[in-house]
Design a protein around this ligand. Structure first.
Ligand code: BG6
Ligand code: MG
Length: 225
């Protein structure tokens, strides 16, 4: 692993032969984590406990039902399957209410420009997200047409760190895993990329993403190349 900026040639080598970029959504293209947090926090408060921002970190990259299990664990709440389904539905309704308001100003710095730059080079662009709300978010951001394939929580049966979401993305784009580069802000997503035989760019801080091949603070940092 190396930090970007150490050696440009090393970074160029990293991207050599790349035919497709597979992007996580939440935390890479748009900061929806704050909305997930707000919705989970409201749910937890309704159940009589609070969730800290640090605890919210554990929810990044994992599915809605897995997130609910973490939340219930934090509050020490034990309930049956039907009640879990109901709470997940309540949380999602609140989350959808918030993301329906999202507009292009919420695209993270450099993300749209980076997608355009890849496309201009003939690199295919795919989405690989755990979210079942990916489509509405991409449309509200106005960038749905920039994706040649969208694989989200509605099509996968195994959550990250399982590589399924990225392997389905590679297949939809007709590109071999070894020619794919994954962009991920969650450790589970980096694991998924590596398990799928793909290169992984970590978005965020290197200490949180120890298995990423390179780590950058945001897609904007890759634009200068
Ligand atoms: C991921 C988020 O992208 O999507 C997780 O990082 C979230 O925090 C997961 O739990 C599922 O999202 P949704 O929109 O299907 O509830
Ligand atoms: Mg993410």
């Amino acid at each position: 692993m190396s930090a970007l900026g150490e050696s440009l040639s090393e970074v160029d080598w990293f991207f050599d032969g790349m035919q497709a970029g597979l992007f996580d959504l939440d935390g890479v293209i748009v900061d929806t984590a704050k909305y997930h947090y707000r919705a989970w926090r409201e749910l937890a408060n309704g159940l009589g406990f609070d969730v800290t921002e640090a605890q919210n970190e554990r929810l990044k990259g994992i599915s809605r039902m897995e997130s609910l299990e973490v939340i219930l664990g934090i509050g020490g709440v034990a309930i049956g399957a039907a009640e879990k389904d109901r709470l997940a539905t309540v949380k999602n309704a609140r989350y959808v209410e918030m993301v329906q308001q999202i507009d292009p100003s919420e695209i993270l710095p450099g993300a749209k420009e980076y997608l355009l730059a890849l496309r201009a080079r003939g690199v295919k662009v795919g989405l690989g997200s755990a979210s079942k709300n990916a489509d509405i978010i991409l449309r509200n951001l106005g960038i749905r047409p920039l994706f040649d394939a969208v694989i989200d929580g509605n099509q996968v049966s195994r959550s990250k760190p399982d590589p399924e979401v990225f392997l389905l993305g590679a297949r939809a784009l007709g590109v071999a895993p070894a020619a794919c580069v994954v962009y991920e802000d969650a450790a589970a997503g980096v694991e998924a990329a590596k398990a799928g035989g793909m290169r992984a760019v970590g978005i965020g801080r290197a200490e949180n993403l120890p298995n990423a091949d390179i780590v950058v603070p945001g897609l904007y940092a890759l634009l200068a190349r």
